[in-house]
Write a protein that binds this ligand. Structure first.
Ligand SMILES: Nc1ncnc2c1ncn2[C@@H]1O[C@H](COP(=O)(O)OP(=O)(O)O)[C@@H](O)[C@H]1O
Ligand SMILES: [Mg+2]
Length: 319
């Protein structure tokens, strides 16, 4: 039977763009709609899904890997929704980075549990570390969270570039978070999704946008998930729409038989070589060993362009 569990890696270039809140509330929304969901706190050094949910973990994934405890003991079930969460450690340092071998072991350990769920959401650390790249590769879907800030867009573009060039991942879902002005969406579309398509030959699809919402910040302070505390709030409503799209995506992938095996590090084949004219039109996107390094990436150039008149300025935003 083709795989049924859709694993989704939630990624970002820059930290603090809202990955953990998006992951948790997406998971709750999916769970509330009848799906069974496992959240894996994959930010191994700076875990905080447990903090956002207001529980103290009985142990972490790392303890399981070290043989100190079992997955069953560490697995947390949210009493309000039945959502399953596997917590990671925070601030202990050594386990923040995993090499390929430990990552394989981690995935093998988690797979039997993961496969019992309809969705597995991996809340990954920011940036481009080996651990992030390996865990991102192990998922069937890669969902990149960014905000409209030029720095977040530039870093998201760098992430897409590395994952596509070095790991042959060519399809991404993108969620734009912390929107104050709708104009920010079209700017981010051009600067990130457009640039990725044009210069990286990567398909980056906008799965949804999430409004800036002070109630989300209040939920963080209260260590209670937004979806529980303010289910009708703007950000909760936006995240619920993304959850609906993820559900449809899963249905479509099941029908097509295209869900890759859950949490497995299969080798991906490079996509067909880009036509010569595209390569020429996108200097800086070819491997460093064959091309001189360019001064700026297209997204950096796009992201640092002045915003058109009338678009959100930092002053207008309370972020
Ligand atoms: N839609 C939003 N509206 C308002 N504040 C937000 C929103 N998304 C994120 N934030 C703020 O950003 C902070 C960091 O979010 P978090 O999910 O921890 O980011 P990450 O996991 O990417 O580091 C939150 O604590 C909150 O203050
Ligand atoms: Mg986080």
């Amino acid at each position: 039977m083709p795989a049924q569990t859709l694993s989704v890696a939630i990624l970002s270039g820059k930290g603090g763009v809202g990955k953990s809140n998006v992951t948790l509330n997406l998971a709750l929304s999916l769970q509330q709609s009848g799906a069974s969901v496992l959240v894996l706190d994959g930010d191994l050094g700076l875990a905080n899904v447990d903090v956002l949910m207001g529980f103290t973990p009985d142990g972490t994934i790392w303890d399981v890997l070290q043989g100190r405890t079992t997955i069953d003991r560490v697995l947390h079930t949210d009493p309000a929704s039945g959502l399953h969460v596997l917590p990671a450690a925070s601030g202990t340092g050594q386990q923040a980075q995993l090499d390929t071998k430990s990552c394989q072991l981690l995935l093998k350990t988690l797979r039997p549990l993961a496969e019992k769920h309809d969705f597995v959401l991996l809340d990954l650390g920011a940036g481009l570390s080996e651990t992030v790249r390996l865990l991102a590769r192990s998922a069937a879907v890669q969902l990149v969270v960014t905000t409209p800030e030029p720095t977040a867009i530039t870093d998201a573009y760098a992430l897409l570039k590395v994952l596509s060039k070095a790991h042959h991942l060519n399809h991404f879902q993108v969620a734009i978070n912390n929107i104050v002005d709708p104009e920010e969406v079209s700017l981010t579309r051009t600067r990130l999704l457009g640039a990725a398509r044009k210069f990286l030959q990567v398909e980056a699809r906008l799965i949804g946008t999430i409004r800036h919402d002070p109630l989300l910040q209040e939920a963080v302070y209260k260590r209670t998930p937004l979806l529980h505390l303010f289910p009708e709030s703007p950000a909760a409503t936006d995240i619920a729409s993304i959850a609906k799209k993820l559900k449809s995506l899963r249905r479509k992938m099941i029908a097509e038989g295209t869900i890759s095996p859950c949490l497995s590090l299969r080798t991906r084949k490079p996509a067909a070589a880009a036509p010569a004219d595209q390569a020429a039109a996108s200097p800086g996107t070819t491997p460093a060993q064959t091309r001189p390094v360019q001064k700026a990436s297209p997204a950096r150039a796009a992201a640092t362009e002045k915003a058109p008149k009338g678009s959100a300025s930092p002053k207008k935003s309370s972020r």
